[in-house]
Design a protein around this ligand. Sequence first.
Ligand code: FAD
Length: 500
Amino acid sequence: MTVVTMEALSFWHEQEEKGVVVFRGARPEDGPDGVAGPRPADNPWARSLWLEGVVQDLTPREQLSGDHTCDVAIVGAGFGGLWTAYYLKAADPSLRVTVVEAEIAGFGAAGRNGGFVSAGIAGSGARYARVSGWDGVLRAERETQHGVDEIGRVVSEEGIDCGYRKSGAMRVATIEPQAQRLRDLVEAKHRFGLGTEDVRLLTADECADLIRGAEGVLAGSFTPHCARVDPAKLARGLAAACERLGVKIYEQSPAEHLGPKMVQCRNGRISAEVVVRATESYTIRERAERRSFLPLYSLMIATEPLPQQTWDELGWRDGLGVQDTRHLYYYALRTIDGRIALGGRGAPYRLTDPISARNEQDAGVYQRLCETLREAFPAASQARITHHWGGSLAVPRDWCMRTTFDRKTGLGFVGAFGGHGVVAANISGRTMRDLILNHSTELTSLPWVGHHTRNWEPEPIRFIASRLIAKTLDASDAYEERTGKPAKRARLVAPFLPPS
Ligand SMILES: Cc1cc2nc3c(=O)[nH]c(=O)nc-3n(C[C@H](O)[C@H](O)[C@H](O)COP(=O)(O)OP(=O)(O)OC[C@H]3O[C@@H](n4cnc5c(N)ncnc54)[C@H](O)[C@@H]3O)c2cc1C
């Protein structure tokens, strides 16, 4: 690894503070008209297209003040915290369950994500297999498939109007190296135990049956195990469902310290037998946890609602998620109100402020996503882009999720979901229920239960590595598109990337 002098580090730091582009990607304020792209509504909570869509529902709940006692205190009202509260209270209505949230329920990645309710394990099968064997990994994979349906079941039972629609997901390749990667990926999944009913390769014509207007598609793959939702409506609806069961949710109540049997918030304190941390990427704000995750930003854009004629040209099956096979891939879906929402990685990691509102827009990524939209879906190329937003993922050093509970201290943790949190959080919520209730179940024997991950390297190594990784992946895509050959350099950064 490169040795970095303190002078070099403070130089980068200074350049960042001045807003100068260090490796790639500019700050929002560097855009030609002062912003990188259109921001969501002028409401501090409406930090995504999705949250803006429920703006009338965003008035914060009561804040925690004074001393409280309960049985289970959960910190963080994203999917991890809310599913834990939901299943726990549903299983044992006599339990007093309290959730404290720093902002509002669904404010984090839960209310900003791509809306793919997709199967697939969060993490490396090989790593999990060391503990559980490959049988255990296959069981975990099957549980993620069940998770897609389980979310659909709760949505329907609780009457959560979030546009849940299960139409599967397609991955497309537009050049040969991408097609080869797809073949390798699908073959690996079949070797591992999945069948063609779980994932299969598609010819270009078969891809066109699912979405006619995707440009230059050479080959693809399809899995039926994926649904589309409006994630903010799901998160807000789930919070309301928790309350109907009797869960108490306090908002604008950041926990300043949590430990065995207590959560200390700004204006109040909770005493509880069990304390569950569900703060995902925000966890790194705590001094002792700074290196536990890489807070990776994923950014999105959305078009205005498209006319029926454009949808007819696109021939995009409603509810179908679409992803490409570039190293810096995009993911896209058709929203309930007829827009295309498209997202991708590549937002620069900032040394000084890894989680902050200013990271939610980026001129370079905005341009790249707009170009991708125009190139991939030409029928929508004239559509106005109405929203640009982003959120941070919690990326652990080995990309593996974990659900842990220490019965002695009463401390639990759900999270480390990377980019798979929508289904993974549902599974974690059910698992945490079983762990707290001391039930030994299939869920409590899944390979991520009790999983341990080492910390990321100290700064500035994490900062430099993440910038170099983004640059390498970007350069690899450009090389493959230029030459039609696989970019060997991408292998250099493979140890730091999500396992496929
Ligand atoms: C742009 C984007 C696209 C994505 N697309 C997908 C996708 O399509 N499918 C998928 O499966 N995953 C996707 N993900 C990942 C997924 O959204 C996350 O893995 C998942 O939402 C994270 O779990 P969570 O909801 O519990 O976390 P969060 O929603 O981040 O919840 C953590 C909560 O804790 C609160 N909190 C933090 N600190 C404190 C504190 N001290 N006290 C009290 N509360 C606190 C936060 O305010 C926040 O509300 C995407 C993520 C992003 C950003």
